[in-house]
Design a protein around this ligand. Structure first.
Ligand SMILES: NC(=O)c1ccc[n+]([C@@H]2O[C@H](COP(=O)([O-])OP(=O)(O)OC[C@H]3O[C@@H](n4cnc5c(N)ncnc54)[C@H](OP(=O)(O)O)[C@@H]3O)[C@@H](O)[C@H]2O)c1
Length: 348
């Protein structure tokens, strides 16, 4: 705990997959200065309690969950449950918040993001990349650029799960070997923006298709997201994404044209060494015979599967990188939140 002993008050807007993982990860970590004091979602209280207690992907909540009045009690702490569709329907100031975590995914422009500030939220961390660089004050990937955060920032994006997974690997290999061109395919688990059986979607024809019946290409902003974090790679990255019929854990298939000759052994040695030093806790490394479900509930941003590293010719590298798209990302939301609030406290 910090010397002030005052809990840092956080609220969640949107209590779906990421919102619930953030709340649960905070409780599983324990010993944090941060406390979730309110959550806002369109769902009713009974469903909120139920889906907090029972999670098909991460299992039962490891603690007490109980609803009483407008409180969702988690291990004895009251989280006030709100149900308002618009940011201005809530007096965020009255909640005496230090930080709001926006996890509904519904607000992507600067104008929309500022609605939370106008309604009294002091700072907002968004669980997705925003529309254009100016939509937030900065986009952070914890472990890469979080230390550039200006304490005066009010709107911050936590980037995407795929950006968090790819950037540590790319930055490292660009620094130590040099990268000419990068091509990435994200192999991503299904998400709640896809139907179980074919249904209408208003902006994307492929998202009308049954999530558990097909391998489905979808659009991705990963290449631009990487360039935002690693401008030295601008114009040299492309990416595509396919959704696959699993419920959680995704992978990156990364192809790299390097600037000098290398080998699978060298690439693996560099990544393994970084996972034990500068990227410990963010990047992991394995050569075991894994399948994706082995990484469910893994808090790392990325796990390099060294058994799948291939080098075709001396300068064409192919990597397989696993990541728990829910749990890893939720833990990075907490890492950024914690860093931001400690920084803000020091500058007060
Ligand atoms: N899931 C992942 O692996 C992952 C990883 C990284 C980042 N993200 C990003 O995080 C965001 C949320 O994703 P998710 O997977 O958690 O989605 P989700 O499971 O659909 O959760 C979103 C929640 O927000 C609620 N909501 C919708 N409109 C709202 C509003 N106006 N005010 C308050 N709550 C509202 C939704 O309710 P209804 O269901 O009633 O609409 C739902 O409960 C997206 O931007 C996504 O791209 C997701």
């Amino acid at each position: 705990m910090s010397s002030s002993h005052r809990p840092l008050r956080i609220a969640l807007n949107g209590y779906g997959r990421i919102g619930r993982c953030v709340l649960r990860a905070l409780h599983e970590r324990g010993g944090s200065d941060m406390q979730i004091v309110a959550l806002n979602d369109l769902a009713d209280q009974a469903s909120i309690e139920y889906l907090t207690r029972f999670d098909s992907t991460h299992g039962r909540f490891p603690g007490e969950v109980r609803v009483d009045g407008d409180c969702l009690h988690i291990n004895g702490q009251c989280v006030q449950v709100l149900c308002a569709p618009r940011p201005e329907d809530i007096d965020w100031q009255a909640l005496e918040l230090d930080l709001l975590l926006e996890c509904s995914g519904q607000y992507t422009s600067r104008a929309d993001a500022e609605r939370f500030l106008q309604a009294g939220a002091p700072r907002v961390l968004f669980s997705q990349p925003m529309a254009g660089a100016g939509a937030v004050d900065t986009t952070l990937v914890y472990g890469i650029n979080h230390q550039t955060l200006d304490p005066a920032a009010r709107l911050v994006s936590n980037a995407s799960c795929t950006t968090n997974a790819s950037v540590p690997v790319l930055r490292l290999l660009n620094e130590l070997i040099g990268l000419e061109y990068i091509s990435i395919t994200t192999i991503h688990s299904a998400m709640n923006d896809q139907p179980v059986i074919d249904a209408y979607h208003h902006t994307d024809l492929r998202r009308t298709r049954s999530a558990f019946q097909s391998v489905i290409p979808v659009s991705t902003g990963l290449a631009r997201g990487i360039e935002r974090l690693l401008p030295e790679l601008a114009g040299r990255v492309e990416a595509k994404a396919i959704r696959v019929p699993t419920v959680n854990v995704s992978a990156l298939d990364i192809t790299l044209q390097t600037s000098r000759d290398t080998s699978a052994a060298e690439v693996n040695r560099l990544l393994k060494s970084a996972s034990e030093s500068e990227y410990r806790g963010l990047l992991d490394y394995t050569e075991l015979q894994h399948a994706s479900c082995d990484f469910n509930h893994d808090p790392h941003s990325a796990i390099v599967d060294g058994s799948q590293t291939r080098v075709a010719g001396p300068r064409l590298v192919n990597l397989l990188v696993w990541f728990d798209n829910e749990w890893g990302f939720a833990n990075r939301m907490l890492d950024v939140a914690d860093y931001w609030l400690q920084l803000a406290n020091r500058n007060n």
